[in-house]
Each structure stands twice: as C-alpha cells, then as structure tokens.
Design a binder for this molecule. Structure first.
Ligand code: ADP
Ligand code: ZN
Length: 439
C-alpha cells in the first residue's frame, strides 16, 4: 500500500503511514526536544514560560503541551527582526518574510537542515497531489522573500519534476509558456489560477493546455472555487496549506481524495483551541489551529496561534495515510467579519456566489460603519452573458444574491453588480475585504 502512492518519489513515505501510537511516541520525543531548545535558546520564549512558571520539566506527556504559553504574531514583531531565532546567525542560510499586511513583516530563518526539511515536506505535498517526476510544474507563486515560490521550487526539484520557475505576474506570458512548454502541474494562489484561466480563455488556448493538477494555497478558497478551477483549467485542484512562521507552504496538503489536508505530523504538531479562552478543544471540534514545529532548528515555534479556523479528523484516509487531516480553512479568527452580530467569513460569501449563475467568482466586500451599525456592500462581477440580457435580469440577479446570503448566512447586504473584469485581479493573494472602518 505504501508504494501505491509513492512509487515515483524519493522521499520517505513511511512517516505518512505510521500507526497512531507510533506517531504519538515520535511526537512526544520530538516535543521534549523542541521545548528545551526554545526555552534554552530563545530568551523571549523563556520569559513567557517563566511568567507562568513552566519549564521543560513540566512536559512529561504530549498532553502537557497545553500548559505552555502560545506564540503569537506580535511576538515576532516585538523581537524583530531575528530575536525569535534559536541559532546563531552563522547557522542561518536563508531568510524569508511574510507578506506583512500591517506594520513590520514577520522575519523567518532557516538552517541548512531546515531547508532540507522544507524540501522534504514540499516533495510530500506534491506526492499527495499525485505529482511525479514526469510532471512539468509551472510555479507561479512569487519568488523572493515570500515563501511560496522557493518553497515549492525546492520541493519540486527534490521530487525530480521539471520546474518552470516563472514566479507571478505577466499573465499572457504565463499562459503562452503553459501552452508551449506543456505544463502539466500548476502552483499558484487559487485567485491567480482563476485569472490565468480567464486569460487563457481570452487567448483561445484553453483547450491546448495540458494541465492535470494544481496545488493551490496561501489564501482561503471555497469548494465552489474548486469546481470552477477544475472545470476552467481541466485539472485536479488540490488545497495546500502553510505559513511563513511555521516554515512556508508544506505544513499540510490534500491527497488525491480531496477530503481534508494531511498534516505532516512528524514535524508539525496540531492543536485546536477556543480562540477566546485558549482552551484546547476535543478532537473534531472547530476552532483555531495552533501548531508546534518539532524539528525546525533556526526558528522553533511553540504553540503558534495561526488564527486559522478549522477542525481535525483522525480517521484513516482512503489513500492509506494515517496522518491527521485538517478541514478546509474557512477563514481566520481575525478576518472574521461581524455584521450586525452575525459572524461571516469572506470564503462563505464566495461559496454562495459560486453557486449563483451569472456571477463570476470575483468579488469584493466593503465594510462601512454607518452610525453604530456595520454595513456590508458586496461588489460582484457579472458574467458577459448576463450583460447581454436587459436590465431586469440584473435586478433579479442582485435580489437572488441577497436572498441567498440571507438564507445561507443570515446576513443582508447591499449588492453592487459590476461589469466583467472591473474588480482588480491579484497576482498573489486576493484582497477580498476592504474595511473602510479603519480608514
Ligand atoms: P505565506 O507566506 O505562506 O502565504 P503568510 O504568513 O503570508 O504565509 O500567510 C499564511 C496564511 O495564509 C495562513 O495563516 C492562512 O490564513 C492563509 N493560508 C495559507 N494556505 C491556505 C489554504 N490552503 N487555505 C486557506 N488559507 C490559507
Ligand atoms: Zn488521504
């Protein structure tokens, strides 16, 4: 069974099929090690532990991890740029940083071993997606400080696939190369993939593309978006997950069964907490994902609060992997919109839209405060075919959107239909929410 999904790969698939008690034993050993390393070599983490009176001695079993302090994004900012590193700078061979939407970006570092580890988990990600050394993979994640491009790149080379390191942008050229070089695999954000599909259709080359699988991540997306991508690009769309603080892409990935992302649990230990109380929730609960990197050297991160909302399934997957699966991330606990008391994630709005004919999955959510109430205005692109009908159909379309949002999400909003291609396209992460309340 092991070889059935890994016969073409050179990474070690055994770690993906261990019995649960073996995984737990391995994690317990590695967890002790990483807690000691963080405590001994990262003064900021040691201080946090001392404040609540815990030391590495308090970790006897894995369950004891919940007594250790969480790490949050602001810890990186407070110790900017290199204060969270656990090794001297001469051990660090690579620096990356997060997209940094507000304030200083988060800086992360890697030792030579960390780069090996990263390549390994990215090779496994591609193995999960069914990519092999026979594939030609076009990597449209940005290269540079962003972890996406180089992360996928090293993993693809490790796997032995043929890499086209094209990075993001220049979309017509992307499509031309996709056609001419016969790319069979695509790595990009889902929003950029959709844009490339649109451009490919305009250029009239869609039927000549050879794409068969796409690994999409770095931003939340919906099942509806998956259907669109699979239909428009003729590929299997695989959800992949990661973040710079933990390593970059390569934390978890869907397999070909597309039923949740397998977490590479021999390196990353997941917990689900209640974002309000930080209490660890029982298996199966939805809540905020908290992750500990057990094997990283330069930047060991203990109980990192990802802000991502998901749940974990420990049932064995049809693919044979025993690794726990995390469900599709529906949003972040901090980009959650609260509209008149109702919690809404942009991805839920997207899911509603993708099921309404006549709308394109290009949208923007504008939040304004009028008096004391938050008002939500949803800009949605209509398809060309809707424009050809007369005004009445536009009216009924916006009524339909409103009714669906009301019935599915229990929110009402102003719907503004806009012409095709008027909402700004992204070459990386799409900006879905424009919050005028902070401006
Ligand atoms: P990266 O540099 O890997 O994009 P960032 O730190 O900039 O890392 O962003 C990481 C965040 O991106 C995650 O915390 C999560 O919110 C989002 N993200 C990454 N992959 C996915 C995914 N597959 N589904 C939903 N959100 C994702
Ligand atoms: Zn699986």
């Amino acid at each position: 069974m092991v070889t059935s999904f890994a016969s073409n790969t050179i990474y070690n698939p055994l770690y993906e099929c261990m019995a649960r008690d073996e995984i737990t034993a391995l994690q317990a050993r590695r967890m002790k090690d990483v807690i000691s390393r963080a405590y001994n070599h990262v003064p900021a983490y040691r201080r946090k532990c001392q404040e609540i009176g815990v030391t590495p001695m308090h970790l006897e079993r894995l369950e004891d991890l919940r007594h250790f302090p969480c790490t949050v994004k602001s810890d990186f900012r407070d110790n900017y740029p290199f204060g969270m590193f656990a090794v001297p700078m001469e051990e660090v061979v690579r620096i990356h940083s997060s997209s940094g939407t507000t304030g200083k970006p988060t800086v992360v570092g890697y030792t030579a071993n960390d780069i090996q580890l990263w390549s390994e988990v990215m090779a496994r990600t591609m193995g999960c997606a069914g990519i092999t050394r026979k594939d030609v993979i076009q990597i449209c994640y940005g290269y540079g400080l962003f972890t996406g491009g180089l992360g996928v790149h090293y993993g693809a080379e490790r796997l032995g696939a043929t890499v086209i390191p094209i990075s993001g942008g220049n979309t017509k050229r992307q499509v031309m190369i996709m056609e001419d070089y016969g790319s069979t695999a695509l790595a990009s954000t889902p929003s950029y993939a959709l844009y490339m599909a649109e451009v490919a259709a305009e250029m009239g080359v869609r039927d000549r593309l050879k794409l068969r699988v796409g690994i999409f991540g770095a931003e939340p997306w919906s099942e509806g978006m998956r259907e669109d991508l699979e239909r428009e690009l003729g590929l299997k769309a695989i959800d992949i997950y990661g973040m710079s603080e933990l390593i970059g892409p390569g934390v978890s990935s869907e397999c070909e069964h597309q039923c949740g992302m397998h977490i590479f649990e021999d390196h990353f230990y997941p917990e689900i907490i209640d974002p309000e109380t930080e209490e660890v929730l029982p298996p199966g609960s939805r809540g905020e994902l908290v992750m500990t990197t057990m094997t990283k050297e330069a930047l060991p991160v203990i109980r990192y609060r990802t802000r991502d909302i998901t749940s974990l399934t420990y049932e064995r997957c049809a693919c044979g992997r025993t690794l726990v699966r995390m469900q599709r991330v529906t949003g972040r606990s901090d980009d959650m919109l609260i509209i008149r008391g109702v919690n809404v994630f942009p991805s839920q709005i997207e899911d509603v839209l993708t099921h309404i004919e006549g709308t394109a999955p290009h949208y923007q959510i504008h939040v304004r405060r009028e008096g004391t109430l938050d008002e939500l205005e949803l800009w949605v692109e209509v398809t060309e075919s809707v424009l050809k009908d007369e005004i009445r159909s536009l009216e009924s379309l916006s009524r339909r959107i409103n009714a669906e949002l009301q019935s599915v999400l229990n929110i009402s909003c102003r719907v503004k239909l806009v012409e095709p291609k008027t909402i700004e396209r992204s070459e990386g992460k799409a900006k879905r929410v424009i919050d005028h309340r902070q401006m």
